[in-house]
Every structure is written in C-alpha cells, then in structure tokens.
Design a protein around this ligand. Structure first.
Ligand SMILES: Nc1nc2c(c(=O)[nH]1)N[C@H]1C(S)=C(S)[C@@H](COP(=O)(O)O)O[C@H]1N2
Ligand SMILES: [Mo]
Length: 241
C-alpha cells in the first residue's frame, strides 16, 4: 500500500479482497459441483482431477467457429466493457483501463456443446474475478449475464448467456485477448471474449461488451431456447430439464 492511498481507498481494497476470499471459500464448499468421483468422461485426469474428455465429446485439432453468423468488427480503441447490475461500483472500462489490469497466462481446454473439444489452448487475459473485485458485487448477486456486440441477424436479439456467479469466479474464467501468442482473431471473438473452461463454451461470450450481476437467474439467448443454465460438461448437462 503506498503512502498516498487514503483510508477509504484502503478500506475498499480490503473489502474487495475479503469478497474474493469469501466467494472462493463458498465455491470450495459447494456440494453440487461435479466431483471427480461422479464426473462422466474419459482419458487421464486434467488439472482439476476430471477425466480429460467430458462425456459425449470428441477431440478436434482445428478450432471451429460457432456463433450466430454475425462477426462484429470492434477496434480496441472503440471497445468498451460495462460492469453493471447488483454492484457497488458500476463502471465502463475502455481498452487502456482493461489492459492495465492484472493479467494472467493460462492453458485450458474448450468444450463446445455440439460435441467438439479443443485441448491445450494458451490464453492471456484478465480473470473474471479481477473484474468482479473491481465492481464489487452486492451480497445478493448470485448470477451473471454477459452480452456480446453481436446479434441474431433474424431477430436482432443480442447474444447473451447466463451463468452462476460462483462458476464465473473460477480462476480459469478469463476475458482473453490473446490465443496461442497472437491477438484473438475476430471470428473467435476478438478483441476480447470470455472463456469458461469448466463449462460448455457457449457460456464464454465472444466480443463481450457487458457483464451484469443479478440476484435471480435470467435465461440468455441459448438458455431461452432450451439449453442449460448450468452447462456442466462432466455431468452431460446440455439442456434444461
Ligand atoms: N457473442 C457470442 N458469443 C458466443 C457465441 C455467439 O454466437 N456470440 N457462440 C457461443 C458458442 S455456441 C460457442 S461453442 C463458442 C464458440 O467459440 P469459437 O467460435 O471461438 O469456437 O462461443 C460462444 N460465444
Ligand atoms: Mo457451442
């Protein structure tokens, strides 16, 4: 903590850190997440102790493109990310602010609900939990809805997807701008997309522009069309029951 930091700023930083510690502890205690003992899949264990390939998936070597068919062209200089909903500090980040946040490098697998999995992707970006700590979700916040810059060409409805806040706070959930050492291509969601390696990949919004924190779950684009709100690959959790 540098000398110039005021008492109230110091209090804020401490509250942010304790928020993260508490939510991560909650996550570890939760009983309903897939556990290695009851995970469905095959292959050697990954770093989370799960069988490498979730049930019903097959490995591909290429990286298919899957979306609503509209690839918005967003320059880094024009890109904005809105953090909104049940948060103490709603805000809009520009590229410079985003780039200055704590970054991490990570390697993870990508599981599309249509059955392909692409292994060993190298990502660089900002953890979702770093952004959550910045906005400070309120106690009541339990769900997240993310929105992309793209929309369904037929209806004009923007791409959205919902996920539990606890799952979004997993340390490998990132907002990435770099894939395998190169800027994330536009067709894969560049300049910035989210990735959710422990959930099916549709939970990771390409061309992400908004993260909203909610008390009650709200169906996103595919979820309103029958896909699962939780989307756990090792539980074969593809459709809403
Ligand atoms: N904004 C946006 N994000 C999206 C989608 C989309 O249509 N729009 N498709 C989802 C789906 S169904 C999948 S499988 C992955 C595909 O990412 P990829 O095209 O980079 O493989 O992005 C997800 N994120
Ligand atoms: Mo998908």
């Amino acid at each position: 903590m540098d000398e110039g930091t005021s008492g109230s700023e110091r209090g804020l930083v401490e509250r942010r850190l304790s928020f993260l510690a508490r939510r991560v502890a909650e996550l570890r205690e939760r009983g309903d997440l897939p556990r290695p003992e009851r995970a469905l899949g095959s292959g050697p264990a990954n770093r989370h102790g799960m069988p490498r390939l979730p049930v019903g998936q097959h490995e591909v070597r290429n990286w298919p493109v899957l979306d609503l068919g509209h690839h918005p062209r967003i320059e880094r200089s024009a890109w904005r990310l809105e953090l909104t909903g049940l948060v103490e500090h709603p805000q809009v980040l520009d590229w410079a602010t985003f780039e200055a946040l704590e970054h991490c490098d990570d390697e993870s697998d990508f599981h599309c609900v249509t059955s392909w999995s692409r292994m060993d992707n190298h990502w660089r970006g900002v953890r979702f939990r770093t952004l959550a700590a910045l906005a400070l979700p309120r106690e009541e916040a339990r769900f997240v809805v993310c929105t992309g810059y793209d929309a369904d060409p037929a209806s004009g409805e923007p791409y959205t997807t919902n996920l539990p806040l606890d799952r979004a706070l997993d340390p490998d959930v990132l907002l990435v701008h770099t894939w395998n050492g190169a800027p994330l291509a536009r067709e894969h969601g560049g300049p910035v997309r989210m990735i959710t390696p422990r959930l099916y990949a549709w939970k990771g919004t390409k061309w992400i522009r908004k993260i909203e924190f909610l008390a009650e779950d709200r169906a996103g684009f595919w979820e309103a069309r029958g896909y699962s709100s939780s989307a756990e690959p090792w539980l074969d959790d593809r459709y809403s029951s």
